[in-house]
Design a protein around this ligand. Structure first.
Ligand code: NA7
Length: 561
């Protein structure tokens, strides 16, 4: 066994992990980063399926560090996976990261050694690494979800999950392709398959309320002008709900005339991207009548693009399949027009479910279709799955998976009672799924760097969330969630996409701005809610903070209504 010892071990070389490595190292920590993939990029190492593209615009989808953005020029507003990989190579060269990264290594287990106050980390490469702090940056999607489809292993053609696509690529040209799933990945791969494949069949369980991407080519001239405002845009993202350079609106769409409301919707639609989702009235996400106005606008826009009324009814039904925006809207580029093409079929799994995967294709109630390639665009055991997949054992010998069997329990969405010196970023009960990844990597990341640096400087060798702090935090997340429409959809936000997973709001629904305020208040009060070096930190003031956050949300909602 290869034995090593560090101040901090970071797991995952995506936006969050690389930021931790860079910032902690700068503060004198001896850091090692362990990454399962063969290169940097996190999800952008794994997502190399045809058409894979980020659904957040730049410059929000990049680091806000001037030494990076000042020298990097994107070619598109929503970059594709190849360009994202080149970006990570550039970041690596600028920040000199690779020397502290061990690739092709998956962390399989971690045990807290109470006497040494250290984590003992085990990898699939036979390493045994000791670290004072364990910082998990495994992202929301490191554990893929593959549904149990009868006969799946019998298929003789190529069958891949989008996030385990062959790194050497797989040509769709002239092939008979099936895409199962119509989330962000399914939409993107279908768009390419519709152009290249001889025949494409999309298997849809739930309609995807996709929004126009609003792609744009970026020239050096456009970027050099735009960069004058980057510092302001990066500074402002911390004050928004989703870590973007725009925010939810106050007021109510129901107070406007239809013409006024539609004029605003038209404007948001024209902006492209997520403007129509989290640049709209906050009330759209909290009030069913307001939500209906957004759905109807989306539906009418979308139906115009589909020739066959029967297909329109499946892709953009008259009645909303779920409240608009309560499942993450995908961004599309010509997705709905695909279904007007002669080589593209749509199978509605609600009326014609999959019975089995056969050696040659897919059999549904209405018959069997033959394929060369089956694409499983079926998503992830999102947010919590990547953490519970690791055999992390805390002080009671209990694993994180066992602790979260009935539902996640965290404090601030980044620590758990019974698991000292362990921090996870972009985790459950943090803004994660509701927040732009790079914004969270840097802003939640700054809090983590502050926390670890301050605790080290104070001589704290052991910190641990208290159970009462966890209960308060869980209560905040639940209360906030109940004020929104999110619980009404079977989404990965609610853990509802994976059979058997507890149904719960997995993301802090109060927005990044309030989240950061709350985290900073905790740090300012000597990490209230954490037990430092075994000293008690139980305090009713935590509950006071919870009330504060809920009150602020209520105020914001009242202002918006
Ligand atoms: P998503 O958004 O979770 O989409 C998964 C899709 O797979 C979705 O349409 C599911 O239908 C479908 N699905 C899941 N299980 C099945 C079964 N058993 N049969 C048929 N269809 C199924 O994953 P993505 O990879 O597209 O995107 C994940 C995130 O990455 C996305 O939100 C962005 O943040 C980027 P359902 O809707 O559950 O009925």
């Amino acid at each position: 066994m290869n034995k090593q010892e560090y101040d901090a071990v970071v797991v995952g070389a995506g936006f969050a992990g690389l930021y931790q490595l860079y910032q902690l190292r700068k503060r004198g920590f001896r850091v090692k980063l362990v990454e399962a993939g063969s290169e940097l990029g996190g999800i952008w190492y794994w997502n190399c399926y045809p058409g894979a593209r980020v659904d957040t615009h730049v410059p929000m989808y990049e680091y806000g560090m001037e030494e990076i953005w000042s020298e990097w020029n994107w070619s598109e507003r929503f970059p594709g996976w190849e360009e994202l990989r080149r970006y990570f190579e550039f970041v690596d060269r600028k920040l000199d990261l690779r020397r502290d990264i061990q690739f092709d290594t998956r962390v399989t287990a971690a045990n807290f050694d109470q006497d040494g106050e250290q984590w003992q980390i085990v990898t699939d490469q036979g390493d045994s690494i000791r670290a004072k702090f364990l910082v998990l940056c495994v992202g929301f999607g490191s554990k893929i979800f593959v549904p149990q489809l009868k006969g799946l292993e019998s298929f003789k053609g190529h069958c891949h999950h989008t996030a385990r696509w062959p790194q050497q690529g797989l040509d769709l040209k002239g092939k008979r392709v099936a895409v199962i799933g119509t989330g962000a990945s399914g939409v993107q791969v279908a768009q390419v398959a519709g152009r290249e494949a001889a025949q494409l069949t999309v298997y849809q369980r739930t309609p995807c309320l996709a929004l126009p991407m609003g792609q744009q080519t970026l020239t050096p001239e456009i970027l050099s002008e735009a960069k004058k405002k980057y510092p302001e845009r990066y500074a402002n993202r911390r004050n928004t709900f989703g870590g973007f350079d725009f925010d939810l609106l106050g007021g109510s769409p129901l107070d406007l005339s239809e013409a006024e409301r539609n004029a605003k919707y038209e404007e948001l639609w024209g902006e492209g991207g997520f403007h129509f989702w989290i640049g709209t009235w906050m009330e759209v996400l909290t009030n069913e009548a307001a939500n209906r106005t957004a759905y109807e606008f989306w539906r009418d826009k979308t139906r115009q693009r589909i020739k066959e009324p029967k297909i329109s009814d499946l892709l953009a039904p008259m009645e909303p399949p779920y409240p608009f925006g309560t499942k993450r809207p995908s961004l599309e580029q010509g997705y709905f027009e695909l279904f007007n093409q002669g080589n593209v079929n749509l199978v509605d799994l609600k009326s014609d479910p999959i019975e089995a995967i056969t050696p040659n294709g897919i059999r549904t109630a209405s018959g069997e279709l033959e394929f060369d390639i089956i694409v499983l665009a079926t998503g992830f055991d999102a947010v919590s799955g990547g953490l519970t997949e690791i055999d992390i054992r805390g002080t009671a010998g209990q694993t994180l998976k066992e602790k979260w069997l009935e539902g996640t329990q965290t404090y601030l969405g980044l620590a758990s009672a019974g698991f000292p010196n362990l921090i996870y970023l972009y985790g459950p009960q943090s803004p994660s799924g509701f927040c732009n990844g790079p914004s969270c990597a840097e802003l939640q990341g700054d809090w983590v760097v502050r926390c670890l640096s301050e605790l080290r400087d104070k001589g704290v060798t052991r910190f641990e969330a208290t159970e009462s702090a966890e209960r308060v935090w869980g209560g905040i997340v639940e209360t906030l969630a109940s004020m929104t429409l999110f619980p009404l959809a079977d989404s990965w936000y609610m853990g509802a996409n994976v059979p058997g997973k507890p149904r719960e709001m997995l993301n802090y629904p109060g927005g990044l701005a309030l989240y950061l305020q709350q985290c900073n208040a905790v740090a300012d009060q000597n990490y209230q809610g954490f037990r430092l070096n075994g000293a008690s930190s139980e305090s009713p003031a935590i509950a006071g903070k919870a009330d504060f956050v809920v009150t602020r949300i209520l105020e914001q909602m009242q202002a918006a209504s």
